[in-house]
Design a protein around this ligand. Structure first.
Ligand code: 2P0
Length: 334
């Protein structure tokens, strides 16, 4: 019997400059507001999918080990959704390799589900354009919708109209963005977080009195950020990104019980980045669902700033730039 080909896809994480924090539909993974990101050129995830019609269930291997628990459940239910769409029954073998610790607030799920969406859709012979691929990746993990594309990307929340809600929420590249920026990631902690971003988001929406204010300001931030990106205005981009990230953390810290991803070490880096700015550096902080701080700066300054942040914290730093969208690397004739 002919064995099905193994399709391999690679995807990169993205860093949100205006964050996604709050869903209006958990099942369809529909956000409450637009968000805007930069896909990075570090920490790729490579995922291979092969259909195995004789297997009774999906086999999922993550970083060389059989997946269990929530990780396995999310991947298997993503594959179930694809099978329903494709009208196919064959189970799949999924092998995914990260170059970054999973669950540490370093966007492993964005790269992971973007790579899985492309490799699995190709394996099941579902022909999707990039917009449809972005919608599909969104169903796995919201931020994965953005990692389908390279460079600066806008994820549309879409209308609240139930009829076309799924169709209206997808990401697209911002072709008019022109900005020279690097991202220095300060790796303070790479262990898995105590509260998943999914649970943290749910808790924030349900209990934080600051949530309506956060939502209103992030909608304004998207408009201002788009204009600043088109102007190539790094100081404005940096200022909006930093305030947006601080607002997101303040909002989740006011949930009940509070979600606190910022540690003493995170605050130390945030303060140091402000001090660098006061002495004339172009540096702005952002943080995701974890303690690590990412610093926006001009590309020509990035290695110098990374060295300083390593020296100050005693922790490793890594410099990232704009990276590519997800692509198939093996298994499909082109
Ligand atoms: C973002 N984050 O915009 C925000 C900022 C973390 C902080 O998207 O529940 O893994 O799978 O849709 O995409 C992380 O949440 O959440 C995230 P789900 P996801 O990048």
């Amino acid at each position: 019997m002919r064995t099905a080909p193994t399709v391999t896809a690679v995807a990169h994480p993205n860093i949100a400059l205006v964050k996604y924090w709050g869903k209006r539909d958990e099942n369809l993974v529909l956000p409450m507001a637009d968000s805007l990101s930069l896909t990075l050129d570090i920490f790729p995830t490579t995922t291979s999918v092969q259909l195995c019609p004789d297997d009774a269930q999906d086999m999922v291997v993550v970083d060389g080990h059989p997946a269990t628990g929530e990780v396995r459940r999310r991947i298997a239910s993503f594959l179930d959704m694809l099978r329903t769409y494709a009208g196919r029954r064959a189970r799949a073998r999924v092998d995914t390799r990260n170059t970054v610790p999973v669950g540490a607030g370093l966007a492993s799920s964005a790269a992971g589900f973007a790579a899985l969406a492309l490799a699995a859709a190709s394996a099941y012979e579902i022909d999707l354009d990039r917009t449809a691929l972005s919608r599909l990746a969104r169903r796995g993990s919201g931020s994965a919708a953005r990692s389908v594309f390279g460079g600066f990307v806008l994820w549309h929340a879409g209308s609240s109209d139930a009829e076309d809600a799924d169709l209206a929420s997808y990401a697209e590249p911002l072709d008019d963005a022109r900005l020279d920026v690097a991202v220095v990631a300060v790796l303070l902690q790479t262990g898995p977080k105590a509260v998943s971003s999914r649970e943290a988001m749910r808790r924030t929406v349900a209990t934080s009195r600051r949530f309506p204010g956060w939502l209103a300001s992030s909608r304004l931030d998207v408009t201002a950020m788009r204009a600043a990106l088109a102007e190539g205005d790094l100081p404005t981009v940096g200022a909006i990104a930093e305030l947006n990230a601080l607002g997101m953390h303040a909002t989740m810290e006011s949930a009940s019980p509070p979600v606190t991803y910022r540690t003493r070490a995170s605050h130390h880096v945030l303060a140091h980045v402000r001090r660098m700015r006061e002495r004339g550096e172009q540096t702005w902080s952002t943080m995701d669902a974890g303690p690590n701080v990412k610093v926006l700066c001009p590309t020509s300054d990035a290695h110098r700033i990374a060295d300083e942040l390593s020296a100050v914290t005693g922790c490793p730093t890594i410099v990232a730039r704009s990276g590519p969208g997800t692509r198939v690397t093996a298994g499909v004739d082109t």
